[in-house]
Write a protein that binds this ligand. Sequence first.
Ligand code: PMP
Length: 304
Amino acid sequence: MEATEHIWMDGALVPWDEAKIHVLSHGLHYGTGAFEGIRAYETDTGTAVFRLTDHIDRLRRSAKAFGIPFEYSVEELVEVCKELLRVNGLRSGYIRPITFFGTGSMGLNPAGAKVRMVIAAWEWGAYLGEEGLQNGIRVAVSSWRRIGQNSFMPDAKGTGGYINSVMAKTAAIKAGYDEALLLNDDGLIAEGSGENLFMVRRGVVHTPPTSAGALDGLTRRSVYQLLEEDGYTMSESAITRTDLYYADEVFFTGTAAEVTPVREVDDRPVGDGKPGPVTRRAQELFMGTVHGKLDLHPEWLEYI
Ligand code: PMP
């Protein structure tokens, strides 16, 4: 990770190395926080942040879901993100806003703990590797289940819940795979450790609904819409592990992962083991849109 000059903390820019919090911050102990991951891309007409307002709005919703007071307007934080890219001289990069309970309470009840809001930005390449974007990655169904609707809120980006994703991801890497695939308590596919899943079978493009334990990913929503407008038949539907073994194509979507083909599930090749035509088309449509090369959804690009 390459440091940039400034991080924004609670209303002020501070030097990267001085962006510190107290060890008795509530969020550190109990995972009482919410966060976002956002990407900015270089286009011919300047740097554009992809669906910035929608991301900040999701942060607001996640905070609401976890009972974390949200003391800024979405518009204010959108401006902070743009300013942060400008002051750090970033023409593209990854933006990480996080809000959490700080010091003031050490009991489980966070009442009395100060709410913190921090935004950092830095350069970040392909999350699952350039090779993965080109040729696809190998995934395995995790022995860990996605945290269920009655234990957590998988469709809210809460910091505490990510220990579930981290356990699945590290176990998958240790076993020699690139990424984990998590089932929910009913045995249906939820999502990857940090990505949404799509599957192509018999000409229909499927993705699990959020009720299956998937985050309402903005890349997922964008790719769904782009493919639908391109003429594909789309479906939000339950997906089983067996469906994936029979699938013609499988791919992941996410801010970090963008559109990453999956070439193997549980040591079984997906289709003929190479990224298929729908996956390639999804990559073209998504990358063309975020870089402003395709004029399909200019409203998704928020220039700095
Ligand atoms: N699922 C999880 C668990 C994630 O952490 C992410 C990344 N935010 C996604 C899906 C993809 O969401 P998005 O496309 O909004 O980045």
